[in-house]
Design a protein around this ligand. Sequence first.
Ligand SMILES: Cc1ncc(COP(=O)(O)O)c(C=O)c1O
Length: 449
Amino acid sequence: MAYERDTLVRWDRDHLWHPFTQMAGFCQEELLIITRGEGVYLYDSEGRRYLDGVSSLWANLHGHRRPELDRALIAQLEQVAHSTLLGLAHPPAILLARRLAEIAPAGLTRVFFSDNGSTAVEAALKLAFQYWRNKGQPQRQRFLKLSGAYHGDTLGAVAVGGIPLFHETYRPLLFETLEAPATYCYRCLHLKDCQTQCLTRLEELVAAHHQELAAVILEPLMQGAAGMIPQPPGYLTKVREATRRHGVLLIADEVAVGFGRTGKMFACEHEQVSPDLLCLAKGLTGGYLPLAATLATDEIYQGFLGEYQEFKTFFHGHTYSGNPLAAAVALASLDIFQKERLLEELPGKIELLSTRLAEMAAHPHIGDIRQRGLMVGIELVQDKNTREPFPPARRTGHRVILAARQLGAILRPLGDTIVLMPPLCISLEELDTLAAITLEAIRRGTAAA
Ligand SMILES: Cc1ncc(COP(=O)(O)O)c(C=O)c1O
């Protein structure tokens, strides 16, 4: 049954608490209600069309209402919508585990399903922690993270997070971690005498604390929610070398960067790095349904085997872990990658996006543009020479995305960094449109600044 827009707005105001949203201000703004999607476009209750410039929170890959994915979902629905993986199996989960093990970086042969990015990270942290206990090295309990890190909103994931605005409130609830500097070149004190001090610091921390370290956790190649902070070439390799040298596990969180976003299926492939644990979610189902996977090496898996009474079991799991509908859609999404040779199409799109971004660089309020594949952060500043940010109360990033909406694109900023992360299926023409809207929205959102 369809409801009038006014009714929906009223009920939204009365009952719906939106995530990551200051509801006081939000309730004053016009509510955008999305009622359908098609390809790279979303449509609102008034029939207006918007380019989905951030893939519905970095998830969508092949477009909305993609027939192959819709069909896979319906076909599975005709079998069973949900059945647990606790003590039972079902074909979509078995097939998907096998497929993921085939395409993942070498050595990641074991697949533990959950249902969102945060739970994929929680599972990785607990696996790393318990692995060392099971191996008789319980002193290895600490985690090393990067500053600015974002790995989700559950408490374990928050503990390995490094965004004060999101994470500091909860500090008393969190376990302590070691923190290495992010590769945030634009705001680095060593910019003029860069000797990759950030990397050296990480290596020093790993060397100094290796006996108590369970794992290093990072997003390979690009820290997403940190503000789209790319890592220099070779960085990931060096982190892998340092962790190997000291017998510390490496957790790669590819929740955001996985599934083609950086131009390769997995970001780790850019440097032929195999982590010990790999976290996947978001694009795993092509952005259709909540599903996540934590992949582990056989060595880690073996560490959990034993007689029941040894209690080496991984006592962890969620009701909807590996849900059959989601797993069936994930399989269909991987089929699209294969059938359409999707990854081979990406370099042309990435190049066009780079060209359009380079054309924007002269804008007086664009301080820095950071791109890896089809992931982009455009950092806006009040003063381009001094790199002085806009005052937070001005909400410049927010102004820009409201302007983008007027112009027909949905974006979502990270503070004053404007994020672009279109679905992989976006055409060159649509990319051109997205870039043009973004620039015009930045002009409007920073006007009279
Ligand atoms: C790198 C990374 N890890 C984990 C998460 C958490 O994923 P979810 O929102 O599905 O819990 C996110 C979400 O943006 C993310 O970007």
